[in-house]
Ligand binder design. Structure first.
Ligand SMILES: [Zn+2]
Length: 275
């Protein structure tokens, strides 16, 4: 599953690189994956897509499983993708396994390979246009402090701040990856209970969700993830598998990694205490 910043980076790169390319061959489900999801029969994808030209691409929320996805318009067909996406120039090596592969008329390719789980839906495009968002994006105007407070009131008081932010797709595209720096910036421990969060901390958390996601998007995604061309993003993660041996830039403590709620959490014991 791709998260908010990388979804935007991929969509922008596809818009710049793939628009105008004609799809000449489609392979879907060639290497079956237990958690690869298609709409209908993937064997029908070639008939829906071959001969079509890519007309536009965008990042949207609320389509596949409520998260963020890359939407790619191919004339009257729409691809909705939540997996990492790679572009391969003519002659470049293709991935050993893929769950969706498009070949273009210039002999270049686009591939999708599922990590954990992922959707590659293909549908008819309504009105022949890219669809609108179906969920409130964390960087949209509608995502204001009143809305954030409404989200807080919708969850159980004993819920952890990690579960509040990064489960159920309450905030589309905010997953366990981007969560770590959001909580570091807000100086909140991932296990803090929502009922213990003060108004001032809630304000800091709101600011951090917006500012952190914006920085990650503007800097080309996180350095732990790859873009359309296989390059890591320009955003240097503060807390991730890459920084476990790096002292906290704020207080100098070494970060801690723990398993919590189906994924690793990273936090600084010095400035993110679990009070
Ligand atoms: Zn610290």
């Amino acid at each position: 599953m791709i998260e908010f910043p990388e979804t935007h980076v991929l969509a922008n790169q596809i818009q710049r690189t793939l628009v105008g390319k004609k799809i000449v061959r489609v392979q879907a489900d060639t290497y079956p994956h237990k958690f690869a999801w298609y709409s209908g029969d993937p064997q029908e994808y070639p008939a829906m897509l071959e001969g079509k030209t890519i007309t536009s691409a965008g990042a949207r929320g609320g389509f596949a499983c409520g998260g963020t996805c890359v939407v790619i318009l191919c004339e009257d067909a729409l691809l909705i993708i939540t997996t990492p996406i790679k572009y391969h120039r003519a002659g470049e090596k293709l991935p050993a396994k893929h769950q969706l592969l498009l070949k273009f008329d210039d002999a270049s390719y686009m591939s999708c390979t599922v990590q954990m789980w992922g959707a590659m839906f293909c549908a008819l495009a309504e009105d022949g246009r890219l669809p609108e968002d179906r969920a409130i994006s964390p960087l949209s105007e509608a995502f204001d402090e009143a809305y954030f407070e409404k989200l807080r009131r919708s969850v159980a008081p004993g819920m952890s701040v990690k579960a509040f932010l990064a489960t159920e797709q309450r905030i589309p595209g905010l997953g366990n990856g981007v969560l770590q720096d959001i909580l570091w910036n807000a100086q909140l421990h991932p296990k803090r209970k929502m009922e213990s969060i003060t108004d001032a901390e809630m304000h800091a958390l709101f600011e951090s969700v917006r500012n952190t996601l914006q920085a990650m998007r503007e800097q080309g995604g996180r350095d732990t993830e790859k873009d359309l061309f296989g390059h890591p993003g320009g955003y240097k993660t503060i807390l991730s598998k890459l920084t476990l041996s790096c002292p906290c830039p704020r207080c100098g403590s070494l970060p801690i990694r723990q398993s919590f709620l189906g994924g690793n959490i990273y936090f600084c014991p010095g400035c993110q205490p679990n009070i």
